[in-house]
Design a binder for this molecule. Structure first.
Ligand code: ATP
Length: 309
C-alpha cells in the first residue's frame, strides 16, 4: 500500500529524559518527525539513540517528557500502537530453528491488518531462503528478515535501529536500496545510525544526538551548511597561469602553489567562477579535485569530535 506524504507530524517528542540509576542516557531530547519522511537519529555509541527510540516505541518508560506517536501515548496506548508502529531493534534474535517463511507467517498473525507476508518475503529477496532456519542465514539475510518482520504488520511507522551494523559494504548498500523502496510505500521511517554515509544517503532530516542531547536537527545538506562552506579546488593547469586570474575573483580567498599544482580556496560559487576563468583563458584544469565540508565536518563542528573516529 502506498501512503501519501504530508507535513503532518507523526512523532512528537518533547523534553524527553531517561536515566538508568545514576547514568543519564537521555538528558533533553525534543524532535518532530513528519509523515512519510526518513528521519535519522545520528550519534556516537552511548549517545542515547536506542533509549530514545525505545521510549518512542513504548518499550521503555521515560522519567519525564511528552511523547506522541500518531497522536497516541506509547505508554498508555501500547496495544493500539503495536499495530501501527513496526520495530527492528538492535540484535533481534529469533529461535534458531524457525524458518524464514514460518517466522513471517507467525509474526503476521500478531497483527490486525498484516501485509501479505509472501510478497514482503519476495520484496526483501528472501523467497529462495523461505525454508532456511534463522540460524543458517547470513548476517545480511538476518537483517533483511528483521526488516521484513518490522514491516509485516503493515505499519505506518517503522523504527530501524543500527540496521547495517556488522554488514559488509555490499550488503549495506543493498539494505539502503531496500529502505529507499520502503520509503516509496509512504512508511515513515525513524532510523538510528552511527554511520555518516548512511545518514547522508537515506535521511530527509537528521537529529544529531550527543550525550543525551539534541545538538542540531536539519537536512543533511543543511547540517553541512552550518559549518564553514569553504571549498578547496586543486588542479594542474595545462599551461602556465598567473595567480591574479583567480585572486581578482570575489569568491576566492586564497591561492597557493605546490610544484605544478594550484590550490584555490573560496566560498559560494567559487568552482563555477574558477572554471569559467580557465575556459576564457583556454586553460584546462588537469587532475582537478574539489574538497568541501562533509556531514562528518558538521558533526565535528557541532560536538567537538568525529563520529566515526
Ligand atoms: P549504541 O549506539 O551504543 O547502542 P545509543 O546511542 O543507542 O548507543 P543507548 O543505548 O541509548 O545509546 O545508551 C545510552 C547510555 O545509557 C549509555 O551510556 C548506556 O551504557 C546506558 N544504558 C543503556 N541501556 C542501559 C541499561 N539497561 N542499564 C544501564 N545503562 C544503560
Amino acid at each position: 500500500m502506498t501512503r501519501e506524504r504530508t507535513n503532518m507530524p507523526v512523532i512528537e517528542v518533547t523534553e524527553l529524559h531517561k536515566a538508568y540509576g545514576e547514568k543519564v542516557a537521555v538528558d533533553d531530547v525534543s524532535l518532530t518527525v513528519e509523515q512519510g519522511e526518513i528521519f535519522g537519529i545520528l550519534g556516537p555509541n552511548g549517545a542515547g539513540k536506542t533509549t530514545t527510540v525505545e521510549c518512542v516505541a513504548g518499550l521503555r518508560h521515560p522519567d519525564s517528557g511528552e511523547i506522541r506517536v500518531l497522536g497516541l501515548d506509547p505508554r498508555h496506548d501500547r496495544e493500539e500502537l503495536r499495530n501501527r508502529l513496526g520495530c527492528q531493534l538492535q540484535e533481534s534474535e529469533l529461535p534458531g530453528q524457525l524458518r524464514v517463511a514460518e517466522a513471517l507467517e507467525l509474526y503476521s498473525s500478531f497483527y490486525r491488518n498484516p501485509a501479505d507476508w509472501r510478497s514482503l518475503m519476495a520484496d526483501l529477496g528472501l523467497t529462495e531462503k523461505r525454508d532456511t532456519p534463522f540460524k543458517k542465514l547470513s548476517g545480511g539475510q538476518k537483517q533483511r528478515l528483521s526488516i521484513a518482520l518490522a514491516l509485516v504488520g503493515n505499519p505506518e511507522i517503522a523504527v530501524l535501529d543500527e540496521l547495517t551494523t556488522g554488514l559488509d559494504p555490499q550488503a549495506r548498500r543493498d539494505t539502503w536500496n531496500l529502505i529507499e523502496q520502503i520509503r516509496v510505500r509512504g512508511v515513515t521511517i525513524l532510523l538510528v545510525t552511527h554511520f555518516m554515509e548512511e545518514a547522508e544517503r537515506l535521511c530527509d532530516r537528521l537529529a544529531v544526538i550527543d550525550s543525551g542531547r539534541v545538538v542540531a536537527v536539519d537536512t543533511p545538506a543543511g547540517l553541512v551548511a552550518l559549518v564553514n562552506d569553504e571549498q578547496r579546488i586543486r588542479f594542474r593547469p595545462s599551461v602556465p597561469v598567473s595567480d591574479e586570474l583567480f585572486t581578482d575573483l570575489p569568491e576566492v580567498s586564497d591561492v597557493t602553489r605546490a610544484g605544478n599544482h594550484i590550490t584555490i580556496t573560496g566560498t559560494g560559487n567559487v568552482l563555477a567562477a574558477v572554471t569559467s576563468v580557465l575556459a576564457r583563458n583556454q586553460v584546462v584544469a588537469l587532475e582537478l579535485r574539489v574538497d568541501q565540508a562533509s556531514l562528518d565536518d558538521a558533526f565535528v563542528e557541532l560536538t567537538g569530535r568525529s563520529l566515526n573516529a
